[in-house]
Ligand binder design. Sequence first.
Ligand SMILES: [Zn+2]
Length: 280
Amino acid sequence: MWRIPKPETTALEAFDTCRAGITLPDLSQRLEDIRDDIGLAEEKFDAAAAAANLLQIATSEDVAGLVTAKEMEQLYTRHMARNKSRGRAIYDKLMIAAPHDQCPFCGHRNVSTLDHTLPKAQHPALAVTPICLIPCCKDCNHAKGNLVLASVEEQLLNAYYDDIENERWLYAEIVEGSPPGARFYVETPEEMDDVIASRIANHFGSLELAKLYASQAGRQLQNMKGALTDTYDAAGIAAVRQDLERRAASFAAISLNSWEGALLEAAASSAWYCNEGFRA
Ligand SMILES: [Zn+2]
């Protein structure tokens, strides 16, 4: 959901770095023989991802009939993901590209792994291709692993390719009660392309972001209780609303679709919340 600059390291740079760690002559030779296929697979992936149609990329059990998916998976796990391996510097560079160490899928939890946009078991030629590897949190990585991609509308948002930060689509409303809560939902602009609008809604649903944001929001609302009580007692309901609006605008200036900004905006527009609901 949040954008990260596309990696500059090419598939062949990563592939050559990783395979340099292979000492078995037979495997080493076979890996050299598939260099062109790795470069070609990267080109195809780049075009398909830019067109938001990853379904057009065929699955395969091997690369050019020479290197198995398992061997490519091991190239990734042993020579790129493993600590102190030759490719680890490339792995680390991809990991730290996420601003504030924040997972681009949920926009909230910390980055702790790399996600293969297309699974390496079915797309072995992309196993170590940087543009196919996105830093993310373990929960999103796990949730994504259980998804079966059946249509272009079901493709999750891609931090390297999808730019949806200029459109507002995340909203919240205050749930009256004690303690107060919030419900988050997606509402895409009417003029937005249908496929991207469906993908945003699907992304939000598949990764259960409403649940994640609601639990964070509950805590945030509690944390604001003391400050808002002071504001209300000193200057009344209008001052409370103004305070919340000011904070919401501050978040929106950084990101239009942060859960914090949506929450503050919802709180400001809730007459119940501003009129002592915050004390509940
Ligand atoms: Zn996440």
